[in-house]
Structures are given as structure tokens and as C-alpha cells.
Design a binder for this molecule. Structure first.
Ligand code: Z5A
Length: 243
């Protein structure tokens, strides 16, 4: 970005190459990504596949103390939130999350699993709310200072499956979950577009089946990626009975 005096404002950290890795879990509400993230974390801990490498589990919005307040502002539905305010609140949550949690963890060599990251903003605020995608890209760059995920698992289930799972879950629907069906279709289209553009970073995982089938598919992608990063090998584990 060029300032009025001609100098450049650079929000990226080009020097930052971390020993850790960031894996993000993405998908429409009800696709089952949170369930999968918990299963992946349990598997990584119980298998000891990471050795002494720390495992950090976090989320957006709400991965920091400030973020928890922002999450409440965003999702409680206690007040109207206009689209631009929504976009800026997600960006504020992300800026805090990146500096307070993600960068320190990655610098310490951790494997970080984050329930949602920048791709959610493109899918929800860009495609879902139809806000300017170039503006979103700029805001994401400001909020992350150039940090990107090393791998994103996009859990993709049909709108009907997502709706059924949202309805089966106890508790009221949050503000975004109450949006009309067209919104959810556009969000799915957003994730599909991103995955098409960045096939190496974003891997689609079919999430229409039961949780064990979905986990097995995600695990295959993860084993392959862990091997390429750290040469780690570990036999897949079954999450069947007693798993
Ligand atoms: N948002 C945004 O708009 N922009 C942004 O930049 C960011 C976020 C970062 C909160 O996110 C909201 O913020 C979200 C996007 C928006 N919009 N909404 N609403 P969140 O991730 O905290 O909330 P969520 O998307 O609603 O996630 P969730 O509630 O955790 O849903 P999920 O992770 O996809 O599903 P789940 O909790 O794992 O499972 C849902 C239910 O289905 C539960 O009862 C499970 O037991 C069940 N389940 C899970 N897997 C299966 C399978 N395979 N079969 C059957 N049933 C299953």
C-alpha cells in the first residue's frame, strides 16, 4: 500500500518462516469441522505422532480473551451488526489471535489446529454477505500480517446435511446460523472457489458420511502432510468401537 508521501506500508512479515505449522479447519456451519478437529487432536495426542512437538488447539472467533468478547458481540444476536461492522470485528479478532496465539505458537515449533481462519471471512463475508472481495483480501492481510495456513481442511457436506446437523444440535441457532438458505449456498460456493484456486493449501474432505468415515479421510491427508513436513510416520488408527 502506498502512502501519500510515496513510501510503502507493508503488512507482511516476509522474514517469518516458522518451525511450526498451521492447519485450519473450515466448512459451513454444521459440516462437522469442530467434531473433526477434536478427533484429530485426540488422535495426535494419543498416537504421540508429534513426539515432543507441542500441539495447540485454538479457534476464530474467540481464541483470545479479547476474542471471546468479540465472539459474543458477533454471534449472540443481542444487537444488530451491520455487514461492515461484522467484517471489521472478525478482522479485529484475527489480528489479536495472530499476535497473541498463532505467531508465538508457530515460533515455538508447535502444530497449531485452528477452528476457522481467513478462508471463513472470504466465504461468509465475501460470498455470503457479498462484500467486496478485494477489500476482504486487504483486511485479511492487515489482520494476519501475511500469515497463511500451511494446510486447510475444508469439510464439505451438503446443505441438507448441514441443516439437519444444526437442527439436531441442542441450543439456539446463533445470529449467522439463522441466515436464509441462499446465504449458506453462497458460503459453500465460496469455500469451493477457494479450494479450486489453491488446491495444494486447501484440501476438500467429504463430510457427508458419519464422523468416523470423515475422520479417516482427513487423517489420510494429514498423515501425508505431516510426513512431508517432518518425516513423521504413524499408522492410521481406527476410531471404531472403543476408539
Ligand atoms: N465466521 C464468519 O462469518 N467469518 C469469519 O471470519 C469467521 C467465522 C472466523 C462461528 O463459527 C460463526 O462465525 C460461524 C462462521 C462465522 N457461523 N455461524 N453460525 P463457529 O465455527 O464457532 O460455529 P459454527 O460454524 O456454527 O461451527 P459449529 O457449530 O462448531 O459447527 P461445525 O463445526 O460444522 O459442526 P460440529 O459442531 O462438529 O457438529 C454439529 C453437529 O453435528 C453436532 O451435534 C455433531 O455431533 C454433529 N455431527 C458432526 N459430525 C457429524 C457427522 N459426520 N454425521 C452426523 N452428525 C455429525
Amino acid at each position: 500500500m502506498t502512502l501519500p508521501d510515496g513510501s510503502q506500508l507493508d503488512f507482511s512479515h516476509p522474514e517469518a518462516v516458522y518451525p511450526g505449522r498451521l492447519i485450519t479447519f473450515e466448512g459451513a456451519d454444521g459440516a462437522g469441522k469442530t467434531t473433526q478437529l477434536q478427533q484429530v487432536a485426540d488422535w495426535l495426542r494419543s498416537s504421540r505422532i508429534l513426539g515432543d512437538r507441542p500441539l495447540v488447539v485454538t479457534r476464530e472467533p474467540g481464541g483470545t480473551a479479547l476474542g471471546q468478547q468479540l465472539r459474543h458481540l458477533l454471534l449472540s444476536g443481542d444487537w444488530a451488526v451491520v455487514d461492515r461492522a461484522e467484517l471489521l470485528l472478525y478482522a479485529a479478532d484475527r489480528a489479536q489471535h495472530v499476535e497473541e496465539v498463532l505467531r508465538p505458537a508457530l515460533a515455538a515449533g508447535s502444530l497449531v489446529l485452528s477452528d476457522r481462519f481467513v478462508d471463513s471471512t472470504v466465504a461468509y463475508q465475501g460470498f455470503g454477505r457479498k462484500q467486496d472481495l478485494t477489500l476482504i483480501q486487504t483486511l485479511n492481510r492487515i489482520a494476519t500480517a501475511g500469515l497463511t495456513s500451511d494446510l486447510t481442511l475444508w469439510f464439505d457436506a451438503s446443505l441438507a446435511s448441514c441443516l439437519a446437523r444444526r437442527q439436531a444440535r441442542s441450543g439456539p441457532l446463533d445470529r449467522l446460523e439463522r441466515s436464509a438458505g441462499g446465504f449458506h449456498q453462497r458460503v459453500r460456493d465460496g469455500f469451493a472457489t477457494l479450494a479450486h484456486r489453491e488446491p495444494d493449501r486447501i484440501r476438500r474432505v467429504d463430510a457427508n458420511g458419519d464422523a468416523i468415515t470423515t475422520f479417516t479421510a482427513a487423517q489420510a491427508v494429514l498423515l501425508d502432510r505431516l510426513e512431508s513436513w517432518w518425516g513423521t510416520t504413524c499408522a492410521p488408527v481406527s476410531l471404531g468401537q472403543g476408539g
